[in-house]
Design a protein around this ligand. Structure first.
Ligand code: GKE
Length: 385
């Protein structure tokens, strides 16, 4: 059962300047939604995608750490669908070293729930994470896929995972006590074009693509892999994520947190091999055993999503990685050119700032690529109120 589709309904995407939010906004536009609001505290020229035909609220007007801003965003938008994806986050190199900053995102979740409750919304989607799952269930690379009930008893990823688990709970209680129609998905490592690929916040798929292409373009045919490469994960391609978010949000009766991830388990060594095949190179592998590793193994049990929606994320990793590699290579070549050496981010480097940016200093704002047909950020007149 899914809620009625009304293309004039207000759609509010919090974190619309980020990777998943930018794709979600694009998808609503494609479907013909006319009243889409994209909110992000980054100034517009730092957004991964800026879409025309959308109310784009960037910079201070999009800073949801401020309750007044949350209320302004919601004002006059009763009956909206709200997609809460705004968070200070990143891959293992970031979340292991920025726990307090990750936990502060709880402010955004709290305040957006409050503001949504005050005006009355149709739906409130919250982007949770597989990082909520009990660490004891993820101690082997040969992991048993995680079922939704494996979040309890609670022993989530320190910092980031606790924030996600707490916020899931808050969604539940807003729904039970105030009737706010909250829905929660637990994302498993999402990747694809228009995402972070350098600077310290990138996750393994983008990092491995970058490292492999850097080796190829510089001719230094080696790669540094964090950990011993035996860690396992599943990676979800962005289009599957966008589809799943909407299915979960629109469901009328299924309200519990649910896995949204691929069940195609690979080791990090296999992920490197996939990227090598795409690039047409074979690299000498060096293992950095003291780098951030996270859990030994993590996979998504998709029994529940299959049962409720008759579907699960199904893009093959090799296909998604090929598209991701192609996009990152365009960014890489535009920025560094072929043959120039990119200085790899070192997470121990005291030179990195609190946002996880490396010495390259290149990721202060994301690459300026915009989807075809979109005006480059900063050159368009913002429709910000
Ligand atoms: N980021 C990164 N960069 N990871 C690398 C690299 C590299 O160059 N080389 C090997 N790895 C290894 C990491 O050590 C880790 O064991 C694995 O790849 C995956 O790292 P990741 O993609 O950064 O993040 P995780 O899957 O461990 O954790 C992420 O899980 C998501 C939910 O499934 C979190 O960072 C969250 O972004 C998110 O909640």
């Amino acid at each position: 059962m899914a809620s009625r589709i009304d293309r004039n309904q207000p759609i509010i995407v919090c974190g619309g300047g980020g990777f998943i939010g930018g794709h979600l906004v694009a998808d609503f536009l494609k479907q013909g939604y006319k009243n889409v609001v994209s909110v992000d505290k980054k100034p517009l020229d730092g957004w991964y995608q800026v879409h025309r035909g959308v109310t784009n609220l960037g910079g201070p007007k999009g800073d949801l750490m401020n309750l007044d801003v949350c209320r302004k965003v919601m004002k006059g938008r009763a009956g909206a669908k709200v997609y809460q994806l705004a968070a200070d986050m990143g891959g293992m190199g970031f979340i292991e070293t920025h726990k307090a900053e990750c936990m502060l995102s709880v402010m955004i979740n709290t305040q957006m729930l409050m503001a949504a409750k005050e005006v009355g919304v149709d739906r409130f989607f919250y982007a949770s994470s597989a990082c909520v799952y009990n660490a004891d269930k993820q101690r082997n690379a040969n992991v048993t896929a995680l079922k939704e009930e494996d979040a309890y008893p609670a022993m989530p990823e320190d910092g980031y995972g606790w924030e996600k688990l707490f916020s899931e709970r808050m969604c539940r209680h807003f729904r039970e006590d105030f009737g706010t129609q909250a829905r929660v998905a637990r994302f498993h490592n999402v990747y694809g074009p228009f995402g972070t690929w350098e600077g310290g916040r990138e996750k393994a798929p983008a990092a491995i693509c970058r490292k492999v292409m850097n080796a190829k373009h510089t001719g230094k045919l080696e790669i540094e892999i964090w950990g011993d490469g035996s860690q396992t994960r599943s990676f979800m391609y962005i289009t599957d994520c966008v589809k799943g978010i909407q299915a979960i949000t629109n469901h009328d009766t299924f309200v519990e947190p649910i896995n949204l991830g691929s069940s195609e388990l690979v080791s990090i060594n296999q992920l490197v091999s996939i990227a090598e095949d795409i690039a047409g190179v074979k690299l000498a592998r060096k293992y950095k055993l003291d780098a951030p590793k996270g859990v030994a193994g993590r996979n998504s049990d998709n029994t529940l999503i299959q049962k409720v929606f008759g579907w699960e994320p199904d893009t093959r990793l090799a296909d998604g990685m090929a598209k991701t590699y192609e996009w990152i290579e365009g960014e890489y070549l535009a920025k560094y050119g072929s043959g120039k050496k990119f200085v790899e981010f070192n997470y121990h480097d005291k030179g990195h700032d609190s946002k996880g940016h490396g010495k390259n200093g290149t990721a202060k704002k994301p690459a300026k690529s915009k989807p075809a047909g979109k005006k480059p950020a900063g050159k368009k007149k913002s429709k910000s109120r």
